[in-house]
Design a protein around this ligand. Structure first.
Ligand code: UP6
Length: 350
């Protein structure tokens, strides 16, 4: 799939719905740029998402570094994601036994499964971490459905809603009929009901091929996992054997593991269509060459090295954009560079 277009990869019969959605979104926005929003307050996060949202396909968070992270953060971020059409990736780097990661994923002040379509995990605890997170994602979605139903039954009589321009397949799956309403408080309901549980195609995405939408509608949940197969940091201990173990485990869970955090494409078998997300990317400031690290182990390469040289799909950029005076403009510069490298790779360059 190295030289296949994102659009063609989205349409392959075994592409999981969320991967198809992302690949198609990248095609429409002409963006294979993920912003790493490593900021420490809700206000900064929202300002950044608003400024840069048009240029990215994905926004990566570290929710645990946000001092005032809470419901308000989630609601506002989801609203910006809906308006600007990007997905959210919580860079949690899970690494514990299955039972613990299930709780870390769905509960506590972060409750990642509620608001981030994508998260990631290390494989060092062993392969059971993947099915553990997969089943936790499914339970979180089922709980969401219960909450929605309860909210409907306790609320004031709903006025008939106008027909939606989106096809029915884009709505969250309906909850089971006849659930008891008495055990869930209204405030709980209100705090969760505005968190979209699946990406909502908006009128701007109305041109999506019917098969992508059909597969989106058929899925019980739209949550996905990336495995950390390689790191960008100097001296990381993820050996080639470890990397191969990540690929093997990913192949056993193709419906949930949609790709890797890695420094190169790892697709080797004909059925492999994993998406490669690559951190450690920066562009030298215009007119200068060669800032290659941050003094704390981070190593950088350019979007072109990553996408054209190593077959990476999505470049993850943090400080390269965050430190710019005009972040929207700098994000556009990265988007253009990364997209041009992709077009060259697939032979679509003008
Ligand atoms: N990240 C890496 N390298 C990895 C995995 N993840 O840098 O191998 C994450 C960091 C940070 C971002 O946690 O959020 O990607 C990189 O930020 P930067 O562009 O500012 O260096």
């Amino acid at each position: 799939v190295w030289t296949m277009s994102f659009k063609d990869r989205a349409a392959l019969p075994n592409t999981p719905p969320l991967a198809a959605y992302l690949l198609y979104l990248m095609t429409i926005k002409q963006s294979n740029l993920c912003l790493s929003a490593d900021v420490t307050s809700t206000a900064e996060l929202l300002a950044l998402a608003t400024e840069v949202g048009d240029s990215i396909c994905l926004l990566k968070t570290h929710a645990d570094i946000i001092d005032d992270f809470g419901d308000r953060t989630v609601r506002a971020l989801r609203e910006i994601a809906r308006q600007k059409n990007f997905l959210v990736f919580e860079d949690r780097k899970f690494g514990d036994i299955g039972s613990t990661v299930q709780k870390q994923y769905t509960a506590g002040p972060l409750a990642i499964a509620k608001w981030a379509e994508i998260t990631n995990a290390h494989l060092f605890p062993g392969p059971a971490i993947v099915p553990a997170l997969k089943s936790a994602a499914a339970s979180a979605i089922a709980a969401y459905n219960t909450t929605v139903h309860t909210e409907i039954s306790v609320g004031p009589p709903a006025s008939p809603s106008p027909p939606s321009p989106s096809p029915p397949s884009s709505s969250p799956p309906a909850g089971p009929v006849g659930r008891k309403q008495s055990t869930v408080s209204i405030s709980t309901t209100i705090s969760t009901r505005t968190e979209p549980i699946s990406p909502q195609p908006t009128p701007g995405l109305a041109g999506e091929p019917a098969d992508v939408l059909a597969r989106l509608g058929a899925t019980p949940y739209l949550r996905a996992l990336l495995l950390l197969a390689e790191m960008s940091s100097e001296g990381h201990m993820l050996t080639p054997e470890y990397r191969e173990a990540c690929v093997k485990t990913a192949r056993e869970h193709r419906d949930f593991v949609i790709g890797f955090v890695a420094q190169r494409a790892l697709n080797a078998e004909p059925a492999d269509n994993f998406i490669t997300f690559t951190p450690g990317v920066s562009l030298p400031p215009p007119g200068q060459e060669g800032v290659r690290g941050d003094g704390l182990g981070q190593q950088y390469e350019t979007p072109r090295d990553a996408v054209l040289g190593r077959g990476c799909d999505v470049v993850i950029v943090g400080r390269g954009i965050l430190r710019a005076e005009d972040r929207a403009k700098e994000a556009e510069r990265y988007r253009r560079e990364a997209w041009r490298a992709y077009e060259e790779r697939v032979g679509a360059a003008a």
